[in-house]
Design a protein around this ligand. Structure first.
Ligand code: SAH
Ligand code: SF4
Length: 360
């Protein structure tokens, strides 16, 4: 009668095992969480790595049906963070000893934008004497642009697949070439080939998604040999087309616990990847991010976007920390992490062990 324990210890989890584990609730779910925590501690010790997150610009040429800063949302005031403010964030990262920065942005492919990102990458690298590791999350770009950014100093890239089910992907995006599932997969493959540590992920609890889809997402991460994964609950935004389907959603609590299940199962399924505790976790639960760490995540991204821009980078409603300063976000996360028995890995890039394991 100890089904969960037996499945957890299997060498190879099948799709059926994954679906079963994702469905766990109550006492059995706790066993899953405890086991995932043990694996995280074996893999990464007690260390959790911080990446200072700068939401560089909300200008976006795309219209993803779920996202609050989609091009068609005219209620958003568009911004680009000033160069000097980017450098201030980089200095803050250096002085706090975080080791890494994430530059995230709406998607633009015009030369003015892509060249400016190269300029910022070089500037951050030179300001920090190459001490700051830089992750980019600026959407789909040509292979040439990805190469240019790699040469300029980015070494990790986050591009969520959103859903690995092409039919579901279609339902979440407008039907045009700019929002093509196969192109997104191609981008992930290009990034890997160029030499980036590649991150992807999905939203959990979108309308129409099943446990079988989520199990397939986990299999997709393995198949694509992904190094870093960021998964967060879908959280609706009232000025988006997908909001019309809000009555189909699981409750916030159910979406939150399903996301914890995904994190825990992922930690057991692909042990050596970096897993981020997404900010959206905290939109659905006051201890969202530390609970994500408790069940297997090992990366957290304190928000270092200057406060005046934050209200215009709301991908979903009730985004936490919108009125906080960078210093408040840093202090708050340090306390939250201490509450779950982990410590911050200072002055290290905190790269995913997976990236190095596969090279040996
Ligand atoms: N433009 C880039 C990066 C910014 S968006 C890109 O799309 O890749 C970063 C992530 O925010 C997206 O990948 C998506 O998974 C997440 N996101 C957008 N809208 C969301 C919502 N309503 N709820 C939860 N996550 C959302
Ligand atoms: Fe733009 Fe990214 Fe939002 Fe899509 S998810 S609309 S690409 S910012």
């Amino acid at each position: 009668m100890c089904g969960v324990e037996n499945i957890l210890k299997k060498e190879q989890l099948t799709k059926e095992d994954l679906v079963f584990l994702l469905s766990l609730k109550g006492e059995e779910q706790q066993k899953l969480f405890d086991y995932a925590r043990k694996i995280r501690e074996e893999q990464t010790g007690k260390y959790v790595y911080f990446r200072g997150l700068l939401e560089y610009s909300n200008l976006c040429s795309k219209d993803c049906l779920y996202c609050g800063i989609r091009k068609s949302n005219t209620a958003v005031i568009r911004y680009i963070v000033e160069d000097e403010e980017v450098m201030t964030a980089a200095r803050l990262i250096l002085s706090a000893g975080y080791g890494s920065m994430v530059l995230q942005s709406g998607e633009r492919s015009d030369r003015k934008f892509t060249e400016h990102i190269s300029y910022l990458l070089r500037s951050i690298k030179s300001l920090s004497d190459n001490k700051i590791g830089i992750t980019l999350s600026c959407g789909e770009q040509s292979e040439e642009v990805y190469k240019e950014w790699f040469v300029a100093g980015a070494h990790r890239y986050l591009l969520r697949i959103e859903s690995s089910n092409p039919t579901l992907y279609k339902q979440l995006h407008p039907q045009n070439q700019l929002h093509d599932y196969h192109q997104r997969v191609k981008c992930l493959q290009n990034l890997k080939q160029i030499g980036y540590q590649v991150g992807t992920g999905v939203m959990i609890g979108v309308p129409g998604q099943t446990l079988s889809d989520l199990a397939d997402d986990l299999l997709f991460f393995k198949e694509q040999d992904i190094d870093m994964i960021g998964m967060g609950p879908y959280s609706e935004h009232h000025q988006t087309p997908l909001y019309a389907r809000k009555d189909e959603l699981l409750s916030q609590n159910e979406r939150f616990y399903l996301t914890l299940n995904m994190i825990a199962v992922l930690r057991i399924f692909i042990k050596d990847v970096n897993i981020a505790a997404a900010t959206a976790m905290q939109a659905l639960h006051p201890q969202g991010r530390e609970l994500a760490v408790k069940v297997g995540a090992n990366v957290i991204m304190p928000n270092l976007t200057p406060t005046k821009y934050r209200e215009n980078y709301q991908l979903y409603d009730n985004k936490p920390c919108v009125s906080d300063t960078s210093e408040q976000c840093m202090g708050c996360l340090q306390r939250r992490l201490a509450s779950v028995g982990t410590v911050i890995g200072y002055n290290e890039w905190g790269d995913a062990q997976h990236f190095f394991n596969k090279k040996t």
